[in-house]
Design a protein around this ligand. Structure first.
Ligand SMILES: [Zn+2]
Length: 355
């Protein structure tokens, strides 16, 4: 949809907004869910648009929240839970705000914006945030390490995927994503050991985060995960906490036992650490290339109330509480684009043009 999307973004959505259509259109199911991945901290100077594009600036977050408050009824995550568990009605045009991964900037840079706009948020964090020293997301660290030095022989230690023999001709980002997929086939213990080898290979035995601290090359708030004390601060500030697996693998590439453990144990670990029920789950990556029907079943069996995708629809599962759609906000999402996605207009237009 590379040809059509700019047309939608820059011509069609402004026109639909001008005639009031975006405001009149109800989101499918009567509610919408927006998903962030954190806020770029002011001290983060080494911006890399590939990974940093998932985060927004504090100014953009505030502008979007103010826009959403004007056009939607922002609800508390616990009201969303009561709707699913007890059938309690939601107000018209309900909107739930969520944020994935549990980066430190959610506490240091995002929380103050949420609080000043009186917007509650459901944060999905990995069980790494139950510890005192959670480190960073392994796949983000791998991206940085692969930029330091090619993996060479360490690449051949991973399971092979069809088509990866042409890796040499792919972009660095495509090579990285292929490596993330292949290392997701290792269990969490074996993957952690392999990442240790990659760090040594790149001359960073303590990892990229330590190199950042030593060289002042970037912001710890951008990359580090919340530790347990910081996660409790977020929860004590009135935010809801959901689970996002133990280690954020591509779940559909894990064995069934490993996928079950990633989903189930993240719930029990977070509940033990926080002393409160963890009722919601978000699938890592959350799109059909990273999960399938099996993951929907495993989330249900783990005892969650509901589970969230990172895409706006799932085939034939419009009202399934374990395939809840979300609109993923990136750094270049415009206000009207956001409105078109939340209302469902974007999906309908994409289908109409065969996208
Ligand atoms: Zn995630």
């Amino acid at each position: 949809m590379r040809v059509v999307s700019p047309l939608l973004k820059h011509a069609v959505y402004p026109t639909l907004h001008h005639i009031g259509w975006l405001d009149r259109t109800m989101p499918p199911g009567g509610y919408a869910v927006v998903n962030y991945h954190g806020v770029l901290p002011a001290d983060h100077s080494d911006a890399d648009t590939f990974l940093d594009g998932n985060l927004v600036s504090p100014q953009v977050l505030r502008q979007q929240l103010q826009f959403l408050k004007r056009h939607y009824h922002i609800i508390h995550p616990e009201d969303f839970r009561a709707w699913i568990e007890q059938g309690q009605p939601l107000p018209p045009r309900s909107l739930l705000v969520t944020c994935d991964d549990g980066l430190l900037n959610t506490l240091t840079d995002m929380l103050s914006v949420l609080q000043s706009e009186s917007v509650p948020c459901l944060f999905f964090v990995t069980a790494a945030s139950c510890s005192d020293s959670p480190g960073m997301l392994w796949y983000e660290e791998l991206y940085h390490l692969m930029r330091v030095k090619p993996l060479n022989r360490l690449d051949s230690q991973l399971p092979q995927e069809e088509g990866t023999d042409s890796l040499a001709f792919q972009s660095p980002q495509a090579r990285w994503w292929s490596t993330v997929r292949r290392s997701s086939q290792l269990d969490a213990h074996a993957r952690a050991a392999w990442m240790g080898l990659v760090r040594s290979h790149c001359g960073m035995t303590q990892g990229f985060l330590s190199a950042l601290r030593a060289g002042e090359r970037g912001s710890e708030r951008r990359w580090r995960l919340l530790n347990i004390a910081e996660l409790r601060q977020l929860a004590d500030a009135g935010m809801s906490i959901g689970a996002h697996t133990l280690t954020h693998p591509v779940l559909s590439l894990c064995s069934e036992d490993e996928a079950r453990r990633e989903i189930q144990t993240s719930k029990t670990d977070l509940e033990r650490a926080l002393g409160r029920p963890v009722w919601a789950f978000a699938y890592p990556y959350g799109n059909p290339s990273a999960m399938a029907e099996r993951e929907l079943r495993l989330a249900r069996e783990a005892g969650f109330t509901c589970a969230f995708l990172n895409v706006e629809h799932w085939p034939d599962r419009r009202s399934d509480p374990f395939a809840l759609p979300r609109t993923h906000v990136t750094s270049d999402t415009t206000l009207l684009e956001l409105a078109a996605h939340l209302s469902g207009v974007h999906t309908r237009l994409q289908r109409a043009v065969g996208g």
